[in-house]
Design a protein around this ligand. Structure first.
Ligand code: NAD
Length: 463
């Protein structure tokens, strides 16, 4: 696809021309089309997975799982948009008892979606499906590393759409993302690194374009004394290493209570040694990421961290074999910054309270995992993040009814769930008198008697 600013602006203009058509279909008309799209996606699960595997280097089975989870989200959108976004009557209060109040959810118009490469279908679909379901048209800018899967999504949509402009995909060039944020879109949904998010937010701020920002993370797992260590070792390892560690919600740090630490480290490292890079997970999708991984591991080793699995030699030209380090100082890059590789830090803590403090001592706040048979929810409540999985990992990304997103440098706003639908609409309030009150409140005819009555009512109703 050709890249130039004019093209991007024209694509957004075409999108604008389709807004009334899409909104005019109403929830049931849109649901019919989204259902047909879903059928096309289902028919093409294998070919979509092949594109993802080819573009990202992830195993085909992982790619297929990603496609399936994205389709399940779309199903939830189809079933729930109308219910979640229905117009609501609101009580007007005694002082305004003669007023009927209601709130409508209005789609923004054109939503620009900017996506990453690590889950190049599931992640942007978390914005695309929800924005379309809420009545917006979408212009999608996929990552430069995964343009084909982006194009395939829009192509399949165009087979069932009344207009090709309801959902369009741009080429992957980053300049298209810059142009999109400077175009006449009505909202931006960005998923990617915190660094780029800040640039996009700055560009949006110039025109007060609202945005939802899903950014990086440094998710931690907290392993309490009463954890099921077999389960924790199995799932934490998968979360850290699957997709070559390139998951925003992948576990990168573990805080394990001292008296069970040896056993946990033993369990997880035995499993890690059996993993085969290139089979169980693929190459680093983005070649320069290898340098980031190396710099983090070097820094951790220089500061005194010890290798339990792998070494600096595990970092090859395009692929990284599993690396697990223990006792890594908290001021290391491997603890503080997103590594995005198949590496894991395991640090011992004297008690779970210390684990909570260290987990929270991060510029990120995306997700956490907690392993404890009896204290899971209690610990989870103390964690500063958007999502916590208890005695499990990752699952919150697949459950369509709950919101997904983070705090701090992990971004703001939410995709998925009712919150994800609300994110792509704004609230519009309507008020209408249904009978006339003998008292004139909002009029120059207001009398002293009315003033006193309002004062008396306020005291009566509020004291
Ligand atoms: P990135 O920030 O490099 O790029 C993201 C997208 O922004 C790409 O499409 C890119 O072309 C585009 N882009 C680059 N510069 C731009 C600019 N100035 N203006 C507009 N768009 C621009 O991120 P990435 O490397 O593609 O993705 C990996 C990152 O995404 C990781 O940090 C990961 O944690 C994060 N991520 C977050 C979530 C989440 O939901 N929180 C999900 C997946 C990935």
């Amino acid at each position: 696809m050709e890249t130039n600013t004019e093209n991007v602006f024209q694509t957004v203009e075409k999108a604008q021309s389709a807004v009334l058509l899409w909104q005019g279909l109403g929830y049931s008309g849109r649901a019919k089309i989204l259902k047909s799209w879903s059928k096309e996606l289902i028919k093409n699960i294998d070919s979509l997975a092949e594109i993802i595997a080819e573009e990202t280097g992830k195993p085909l089975s992982d790619a297929a799982l990603e496609v399936n989870v994205a389709i399940n989200h779309l199903k939830w959108v189809i079933a729930n948009s109308q219910k979640v976004l229905r117009t609501q009557s609101r009580p007007s209060g005694l002082l305004f008892a003669n007023i009927k109040s209601k709130v409508e959810r209005i789609p923004f118009g054109v939503v620009g979606v900017i996506g990453p490469w690590n889950y190049p279908m599931h992640t942007p679909m978390g914005s695309i499906s929800y924005a379309l379901g809420a009545g917006n048209v979408v212009v999608f800018k996929p990552s430069e590393y995964t343009p084909k899967i982006g194009a395939a999504l829009a192509e399949l949509f165009s087979l069932v759409a009344p207009s090709p402009y309801i959902f369009q995909t741009l080429g992957g060039d980053p300049q298209n993302g810059i142009d999109l944020t400077n175009s006449k879109v009505d909202k931006i949904a960005f998923t990617g690194s915190t660094k780029t998010a800040k640039k996009v937010a700055e560009a949006c701020a110039k025109n007060l374009i609202p945005g939802v920002f899903e950014c990086g993370g440094k998710d931690s797992a907290l392993i309490a004394t009463d954890a099921d260590l077999d389960l924790a070792a199995d799932e934490v390892l998968w979360s850290a290493m699957a997709n070559a560690g390139q998951s925003c919600i992948g576990i990168e740090r573990v805080y394990v209570v001292d008296n069970i630490a040896d056993k946990f480290i033993d369990e997880i490292s035995q499993r890690a040694r059996k993993l085969q890079a290139g089979k169980d997970y693929g190459r680093a999708t983005m070649p320069p990421q290898i340098n980031v991984i190396r710099s983090h591991i070097e820094d951790a080793a220089n500061k005194g961290g010890r290798f339990i699995v792998g070494s600096l030699d595990s970092i090859k030209e395009t692929i990284v074999e599993p690396i697990i380090m223990v006792d890594v100082p908290e001021n290391s890059l491997e603890v503080s910054d997103e590594t995005f590789g198949p590496t894991l830090v395991i640090n011992r803590v004297p008690n779970i309270e210390t684990a909570i403090v260290l987990a929270n001592n991060s510029k990120y706040g995306l997700g956490n995992a907690v392993y404890s048979k009896r204290q899971g929810e209690k610990i989870a409540r103390k964690l500063e993040s958007g999502m916590v999985s208890i005695n499990s990992v990752f699952i919150f990304a697949g459950i369509a009814s709950i919101p997904f997103g983070g705090i701090k440098d992990s971004g703001y706003g939410r995709i998925h769930g009712p919150e994800g639908l609300l994110e792509f609409t704004y609230a519009k309030s309507y008020v209408k008198p249904i009978f006339k009150l003998p008292l004139a409140l909002l009029s120059f005819k207001r009398t002293k008697f009315t003033d006193n009555l309002v004062k008396r009512l306020t005291k009566l109703l509020n004291l």
